[in-house]
Ligand binder design. Structure first.
Ligand SMILES: C[S@@+](CC[C@H](N)C(=O)[O-])C[C@H]1O[C@@H](n2cnc3c(N)ncnc32)[C@H](O)[C@@H]1O
Length: 270
């Protein structure tokens, strides 16, 4: 991004999903996804295209992930009219504005990210429906200043957990485990073998490193007490045949490991 003070490499990764949402109508028209805010936001960042992944596979994967999360948020909000939607590592995601008008008016939105990212967001987003909270989501106390109260929450970590180290991943989950029972966490996660390979193109584009992962949703749910696995949602398998084949081969080679998927966990309150 062309700002007086450049963002750090992990923060700068926010440009890639923003680019995907902005360009989805021409890159993956078959998915029927349209984010009316993304293109304008992207332009206003003054982004550097060399630091953004723009290939078809990445755009398709990002949009499939977005669509799964949109469905999970809608479903949660329709079951809990007093829901709080917490975007952990919100970047410049505009899900609050895209989905909010079709959800019960009592649903509230909170975005958590690093101070430098929230500064950018405040500069670029007028009338942000999300309450913004500066916190590092790898800290077990990351929800301490997040105004959830005793309401049911759905925490989204979209393109975030891979940047936390092992202790940070447990810290994130430990914080979320304190939410009211029945709350949910939905997060995309790489297998540790992929996370530790440093071969994902985003590493080359931005310098941000992947640092942790989980072999499947059950392993993620078991990292700290207080969670049960609700579902594992396919993402890369939806991109197309080559990605499906790669995911299958990886699963065979790792005795059932998931190369990349979206895990849906529920807080048990125990
Ligand atoms: C790939 S971007 C995704 C942004 C957003 N979720 C989206 O889908 O557009 C990763 C985001 O996670 C944030 N992030 C990474 N590590 C974080 C941490 N420890 N605490 C808070 N935010 C973090 C980054 O600043 C960045 O905004």
């Amino acid at each position: 991004m062309t700002r007086a003070t450049p963002l750090d490499p992990v923060a700068e990764t926010l440009l890639t999903p923003l680019w995907a949402r902005a360009h989805a109508p021409e890159v993956v028209p078959d998915l029927g996804f349209h984010d009316p805010y993304a293109a304008d936001l992207l332009d206003r960042t003054g982004f550097d295209s060399d630091r953004v992944l723009t290939d078809h596979g990445n755009v398709a994967g990002t949009i499939h992930r977005t669509l799964v999360l949109d469905d999970l948020v809608r479903s949660f909000a329709h079951r809990h009219a007093d829901a709080v939607v917490v975007s952990a590592g919100c970047g410049l995601c505009a899900r609050d504005r895209r989905l909010g008008p079709d959800l019960p008016a009592t649903v509230t939105w909170i975005g958590v990210d690093a101070p430098e990212v929230l500064d950018v967001r405040r500069d670029l987003v007028d009338d942000d429906p999300s309450t913004l909270v500066e916190a590092s989501v790898d800290d077990p106390g990351w929800l301490d200043d997040v105004p959830v109260g005793d309401r049911p929450a759905i925490v989204l970590a979209e393109g975030v957990l891979m940047y936390l180290d092992d202790a940070g991943l447990r810290g994130f989950l430990t914080g979320a485990a304190g939410l009211r029972a029945g709350s949910e966490v939905a997060a995309d996660v790489f297998h540790p073998k992929v996370a530790s390979s440093d071969r994902h193109p985003i590493v080359k584009a931005t310098g941000a490193r992947f640092r942790s992962g989980a072999r499947d949703g059950a392993e993620l749910a078991g990292l700290v007490p207080g969670f049960e696995l609700v579902a594992e949602h396919d993402v890369m398998e939806r991109i197309g045949r080559p990605h499906r084949v790669a995911a299958k081969a990886f699963s065979v080679a790792t005795r059932g490991g998931r190369m990349y998927h979206l895990a849906q966990l529920r807080v048990t309150g125990s």
